[in-house]
Write a protein that binds this ligand. Structure first.
Ligand SMILES: C[S@@+](CC[C@H](N)C(=O)[O-])C[C@H]1O[C@@H](n2cnc3c(N)ncnc32)[C@H](O)[C@@H]1O
Length: 191
């Protein structure tokens, strides 16, 4: 958790065809699949790599696409209007405030974001906005892999460090795994 933020000038790479070959939304959904009526938080949504595939799934629910960078939020809003999704709400957050009520969401996706958050308050906020028993999927770059793409090794986390930071914030880690250059962990909110 480094506070190092993805540079919005490179935002186009977040939704490139090349990325979709390395990290497919389908692979993410094979770990945690949203249901048609779910209310979902895409935390650190970037330009919506996962937001729009999610919106296709939660037809009778909602996706909150939340990011701390105004440039990302603007791009998300623009893409939402181009794609005419009325079940996507785009919100600007801060490191210590997610602008949602308590216990609002059924599922949270945090894709390549955990290593960027500044301190533990984002995790506390994530916990606050989740319903009891709601699930959180974290996918992030594995510190133990040397890769051509992705953030520098010194800002990444290992799977063990990620598990520890979640457990400190009252999440119960249910399952973990690794694929390609990433690790993932699935956690449940414990009240
Ligand atoms: C590497 S990008 C990944 C974006 C998107 N999840 C994806 O997979 O394409 C990380 C994003 O997380 C956002 N971010 C970093 N810290 C955050 C925080 N504490 N709360 C919300 N968003 C955050 C950044 O602004 C950036 O847009």
């Amino acid at each position: 958790m480094s506070g190092h933020k993805y540079d919005p000038r490179h935002a186009v790479f977040l939704d490139s065809e090349e990325r979709k070959e390395r990290q497919r939304p389908e692979d993410i959904f094979s770990i945690l699949k949203a249901e048609k009526e779910d209310v979902v938080l895409d935390l650190g949504a970037g330009i919506g790599f996962l937001t729009f595939p999610l919106a296709e799934i939660v037809r009778d629910g909602k996706v909150y696409a939340v990011d701390v960078q105004e440039e990302m939020v603007k791009k998300l809003e623009q893409r939402r209007s181009e794609k005419s999704f009325d079940n996507v709400d785009v919100l600007l957050s801060s490191e210590c405030k997610i602008p949602l009520p308590d216990r609002e969401v059924d599922k949270v996706y945090m894709i390549n974001v955990l290593h960027e958050i500044d301190d533990h308050s984002t995790l506390e906020e994530t916990h606050r906005v989740m319903k009891k028993g709601a699930e959180l999927l974290v996918v992030d770059w594995d510190k133990e892999k040397v890769t051509e793409h992705g953030p520098p090794t010194h800002v990444r986390l290992s799977l063990e460090e990620a598990v520890k930071s979640l457990e400190q914030k009252d999440f119960r880690v249910e399952d973990t795994g690794k694929y390609e250059d990433h690790f993932w962990l699935l956690a449940e909110k414990v009240d």
